[in-house]
Design a protein. Structure first.
Length: 232
């Protein structure tokens, strides 16, 4: 493949293939994108192309107005949601939307995922947030842009870098990261957190939230200036 945005398209392609590999979507469900903030463009999975037929050449590059600047196919129908997130969440370079079973089920229930244990706290120091259900008037507008606005509204007062995931009520999960690889990693973590929380609530519907002292300990030993998890 030749072209100005070869590397960007490859990053989006690799992230896209991780979606079915991690069991986060089937058939044509879901999408991934990679963002080049300096050039103001993103590469994203094309609309309706099955993962097992996807190639690097299929990835579509669009600018922040949604105009195709490289690629022959139509970009994902969720492209404008990705655009809103890149525009509003500084520091992110990849976005992933999946239909993973447990996370989507929590979204369909319109319920944040409670922070029950340290696995959850290792990755974020709060419940996985869930947006409000979209209003009928918003649905009639630019639906994908409105979805992005819903997510941004949900993040008023919280950091998208500390909480790199969200449930869109009635729909499903979105996750993001510093690059496309980290975004799909966070999407996989979200599904595992969602599954564990469902099982916990099934075993004990009244299971308590993890105490704040444990939440802070597990989150900050992996994040921030004083982190000591992993290798330097």
């Amino acid at each position: 493949m030749s072209g100005t945005y070869r590397e960007l398209r490859e990053r989006a392609f690799v992230a896209s293939l991780e979606i079915p590999r991690r069991g986060l979507a089937i058939y044509t469900f879901g999408n991934a994108s990679a963002f080049d903030r300096d050039r103001g463009v993103l590469a994203i999975k094309p609309s309706g192309v099955p993962y097992d037929r996807l190639s690097v050449d299929d990835m579509v590059v669009v600018d922040l107005e949604g105009r195709v600047v490289e690629g022959d196919l139509r970009p994902s129908s969720d492209t404008r949601t990705h655009i809103v997130l890149y525009a509003k969440f500084r520091g992110i370079g990849g976005v992933v939307h999946t239909r993973s079973t447990y996370a989507t089920s929590w979204a369909q229930a319109g319920t944040p995922i409670p922070i029950y244990g340290t696995t959850h706290a290792d990755h974020l120091a709060e419940d996985v947030p869930c947006t409000e259900l979209m209003s009928a008037s918003a649905v009639k507008g630019d639906y994908e842009t409105e979805t992005g606005k819903q997510i941004v509204e949900c993040f008023r007062g919280r950091s998208p870098l500390h909480t790199p995931m969200v449930l869109v009520a009635g729909r499903g999960p979105f996750a993001w990261g510093e690059d496309a690889e980290k975004a799909v990693y966070n999407a996989a973590v979200l599904e595992e957190i969602a599954r564990m929380a469902f099982i916990t609530r099934t075993i004990d519907p009244g299971a308590p939230r993890l105490p704040d002292a444990l939440v802070r300990k597990h989150f900050y030993r992996k994040h921030g200036r004083g982190a000591y998890y992993g290798q330097k």
